[in-house]
Design a protein around this ligand. Sequence first.
Ligand code: ADP
Length: 433
Amino acid sequence: MKRVLLIATTTGYQIRAFGEAAEKLGVRLVFASDRCDRLEDPWWDQAIAVRFHEAEASAGAVVAALEGSRPDGILAVGDRPATLAAAVAQVLGLPGHPPDAAFRSRNKLASREAMRNAGLPVPSFEPVSIHADARALARSASYPAVVKPLALSGSRGVMRVNTAEELVAAFERLRRLLQSPDVRIERDEAHEMAMIESFIPGREFAVEGLLDHGTLRLLAIFDKPDPLDGPFFEETIYVTPSRAPEAVQRAIEEAVAAAVAALGLRHGPIHAECRVESRAGVEGPEVYVLEVAARPIGGLCSKALRFSGQRAAGSGQEATGTSLEEVLLRHALGEDVSAFTREGEASGVMMIPIPQRGIYRGVEGVEAARAVAGIDGIQITMKPDAVLVPLPEGKSYLGFIFARGTAAAGVEGALRTAHARLRFRIEREISVA
Ligand code: ADP
């Protein structure tokens, strides 16, 4: 039986999706995680315990635990596991992203430097200590600007500021976030720094891609139809195929390929975010690649992608409804997955944002929302009585809405209509000061 090593922080859906794909393919998954304490979760039975802040020691621990029997492939789920997966792939001699490339893709400063050095468009950026004097920074900054951490994800801690006063407030807010126990537990020295960048206006797109020994293939370009102008940047709707003109989509593809090369990423899944600015007097769209993560799209969102393609091993059968996880497992095992293409239908997902702080008590209207034409699934992932923390400090969603249809516009409409039918009950927290 072939084995794939899966390095992950999350429990939950994405792991189950890989589990199901592995079962279908007759592949055994070997897990490595920092969540081995999650005893109630059967996926972590016999998982190899790692600590993401000790990549070298953890890579050694993984190799030792494998007792000389090399897995047939390796995959990472999540940003922190991606760096460790690269280190383990190198030690084991498996194809993967080089460790320094995985580091650059994870660290927003190193990413910006690599792309700037390669001559690619980047916002102007300035790394600063989180202990710096916010007022002095505010005096020298140009506005609008973006204040952000170097190594968090999901737009956590990312804030647009239009004035010096806003910069001071945002910088202090980011400092508090980076010093909170929840972030400090990662013991990442990148959390001692912040970055101040110029704000890039424009439409935003997400790109799912697969690198095969240095050659990039795009699996999907998603439009993000909600304007992302700040002050916070919550991702909501992703819809594919993109409705952008062909020339813009080509420019996105070229820009992501150039960014991948600048970072040095080589083999495995990638997920990129770009902003496309059309400026008066400048020919063609200018694509800013804001980041390229060395991992697949996160969490439940991968359900918005389904593939069809010729099955390998000469069965001659056309497989449809293949999950992203199955394509990635096959790729990790060295199979040629170039025949897998995204299914023709338009598809979209809405990550339901947390509208306000409070205690989550429940939701009404799910059935009515499910009844909207085109809605393919609604999953409320928030647990009753949980404390809700919105962006920029928060890191979760209330749930996910999925839609499919013949046209991207209809899919977007279905997502918005379904969302409008959901009524979340959120109680104000009572302070017991
Ligand atoms: P994360 O890794 O947490 O997603 P990003 O650096 O990708 O952090 O930023 C999150 C979002 O914030 C982006 O998708 C974009 O909408 C917005 N953003 C970040 N930097 C800029 C910038 N310089 N100009 C405009 N928007 C930005």
